[in-house]
Design a protein around this ligand. Structure first.
Ligand SMILES: Nc1ncnc2c1ncn2[C@@H]1O[C@H](COP(=O)(O)OP(=O)(O)O)[C@@H](O)[C@H]1O
Ligand SMILES: [Mg+2]
Length: 589
């Protein structure tokens, strides 16, 4: 679909606005051209009739003034229509994008942070506004004005017309050659290096704390500096490249009198009717600048059009991932066992399977642990259960039902998911915890807080449960936030619990409390857990070693230690690291 058609689809029900704006703007252009002709009539009357023609001159003048005013009014109306259209498109673009994003698979938000999503939607919807509100109505006059001017210059005197057209013709050739292939190439380069510079700037700012800690100022600045230099050189080269054609263009388009005057003199010499010829020449001097204006305007239009096209494409790209399919007749979850049947999954755009024909099951009330080197696919496996993404091959089933056939709400109600690093919302703690269950009573909230070992945190805060997180310097440490997230999970009390390195970012003290809370949270539940500390998986009913998307080994802790393969190696390493820590602490004591 081309850009205009795409823009029209966002117009919903007001498809006449934009063509209307174009028509009004074209009429306005005609109205503002007509005083030129009337002035020509006035001067002619004056030259031929003198004072006797004052009545007629007066009428012409009135018409000229009236048409000039009408031109302005029509333009105003055109702009009103185009602004209405532009706001409508902008608003609908945002609405459509948000609607699509709300229905995106949860995994989409891994690669697209809220800041990035907001920026892409806001910026790109905004860009189309300028194009539709201003450049579009100008397009009509950019076409109508030079066309009517071209007709005029031939109607009055075709020989003078030719003299004027010559430089215009030339400048259009120069302009199109500048805007052509080379121009587009430059534009692309320009945008690329601008983006690179912006990215490096963000990287630089983001890295400042690390840079300061490691005293690496010069090195870290290098990439940013290089991108600026690259940008500067690129712009420099292209500016020089355009220096000559642009100068020629400016001279020719403004120097049309250079051709006009000699032709006028020739014509006077030939015909002897100097009055008409000079009169025509004045008209031409008035009209010809219309062409240069139009050429400039068409350049701006071209640029704005390119940007609008790019903006729509970028938005389309953001929202191009298909939403999760909804089942036509969803089935209710009754049993809480989880089963993976030959599941494979590849991330969109990746060329390697993140999960490769994985099969395992978790009986109701059992715990299965995933361990293995980072990047192996543990998180991906865990996320396939609550349908962060849909599998490419195989099936993920809960209670024998494929998760694709379970209604989204039902699925979410049955699973508690605790991530590596939970973020709390910028609202009161009470609200934050009630995300687990909006209908919970205060009593239930308090019980969940106790179970999650959060009592001590609440007691310390000035407003207790009503303390707003993230304001007035009230921040919680990573481990404390994790305990709050657990309180949320307790409140939800879902029969299936998925834990992804829930203690990864906690300090030892928090970790101990979190472990205690986790023990209670997972009692009697069906649990899929990922852990990097092997002591926390020792009691699992089954341990899967995940490597390169596959199950490399599995069994209980004792079975696996007996096998003397990967797990045994991991276990020995782990033992060593624990001893090392204890030994170090003992020396310091
Ligand atoms: N959101 C994502 N988009 C694309 N690739 C991803 C994404 N998340 C993880 N991957 C890739 O999938 C593979 C498995 O990652 P992951 O499941 O996070 O492993 P683990 O949890 O075992 O460290 C890795 O190669 C990783 O780079
Ligand atoms: Mg992980």
């Amino acid at each position: 679909m081309n850009t205009f058609a795409k823009l029209q689809t966002y117009m919903t029900g007001r498809k006449a606005l934009l063509p209307g704006a174009l028509l009004l703007s074209a009429l306005s252009a005609l109205a503002s051209m007509s005083p030129y002709i009337l002035i020509w009539f006035i001067i002619r009357e004056f030259l031929t009739e003198g004072a006797a023609a004052s009545g007629l001159i007066y009428t012409y003048a009135l018409w000229a003034a009236g048409l000039a005013v009408a031109g302005i009014l029509l333009y105003f109306l055109a702009l009103s229509a185009s602004h209405l259209a532009a706001f409508r498109v902008e608003c609908n673009m945002r609405r459509v994008a948000m609607k699509k994003i709300v229905n995106m698979p949860l995994g989409f938000f891994d690669n697209n942070t809220s800041g990035r999503i907001r920026k892409i939607i806001d910026d790109n919807a905004g860009i189309t506004h300028g194009f539709l509100a201003h450049q579009m109505p100008d397009l009509a006059s950019t076409i109508v004005m030079p066309l009517s001017a071209a007709v005029l210059i031939f109607v009055f005197d075709w020989r003078l017309g030719l003299a004027c057209l010559f430089p215009i013709f030339f400048s259009i050739i120069i302009m199109t050659s500048m805007m052509g292939k080379r121009g587009r190439y430059f534009m692309q380069k320009y945008m690329d290096s601008l983006e690179e510079m912006n990215t490096e700037a963000v990287e630089y700012v983001r890295g400042i704390p690390v840079v300061k800690v490691f005293q690496q100022t010069v090195h870290s600045f290098k990439n940013f500096y290089n991108s600026i230099i690259k940008y500067k050189e690129m712009v420099g080269v292209h500016t020089k490249m355009w220096q000559i054609p642009m100068s020629i263009y400016t001279v020719i388009i403004n120097g049309f009198a250079f051709f006009l005057v000699p032709v006028t003199i020739l014509l006077i010499g030939n015909s002897g009717d100097y009055a008409t010829v000079i009169l025509n020449m004045f008209l031409y001097i008035l009209i010809v600048p219309v062409f240069s204006q139009s050429i400039m305007r068409s350049m701006y239009f071209n640029q704005a059009f390119g940007q609008a096209k790019e903006a729509i494409d970028r938005l389309d790209k953001l929202t191009s991932i298909a939403p999760l399919a909804k089942s036509d007749n969803p089935q209710k979850i009754i049993n809480h066992d989880i089963r993976f049947i030959e599941v494979s999954f590849t991330y969109p755009g990746a060329n390697k399977k993140a999960v490769d024909t994985v099969s395992f099951d978790i009986q109701p009330g059992q715990t299965v642990a995933l361990v293995g080197a980072s990047g192996g696919g543990k998180t991906t496996i865990a996320r396939l259960v609550p349908r962060f993404w849909d599998v490419d091959e195989g099936e993920v089933c809960i209670g024998g039902i494929n998760v694709k056939n379970i209604a989204h709400d039902d699925l979410m109600n049955h699973i508690s998911f605790v991530f590596q690093n939970t973020r709390l919302f910028k609202t009161s703690l009470l609200e934050n915890i009630k995300y687990g269950n909006h209908n919970a009573s205060l009593e239930e909230v308090n019980r969940a807080l106790d179970l999650a070992q959060c009592r001590e945190i609440i007691d310390r805060l000035p407003d207790g449960l009503n303390t707003k997180i993230g304001t007035d310097g009230t921040y919680l440490s990573g481990g404390e936030q994790q305990r709050m997230a657990l309180a949320r999970a307790f409140l939800k009390n879902a029969p299936i619990v998925v834990l992804d390195e829930a203690t990864a970012f906690a300090d030892p003290e928090n970790e101990h409390l979190i472990q205690q809370a986790l023990k209670k949270l997972t009692e009697g539940k069906t649990v899929l857990m990922i852990a990097h500390r092997l002591t926390s998986v020792m009691n699992a009913d089954n341990i899967l070693i995940i490597n390169e998307g596959k199950i490399a080994e599995q069994g209980t802790h004792y079975e696996l230690v007996g096998k003397k393969r990967i797990y045994t190696r991991m276990w020995n390493e782990y033992q060593k690291s624990v001893k090392w820590t204890i030994g170090k602490e003992a020396r310091h004591a």
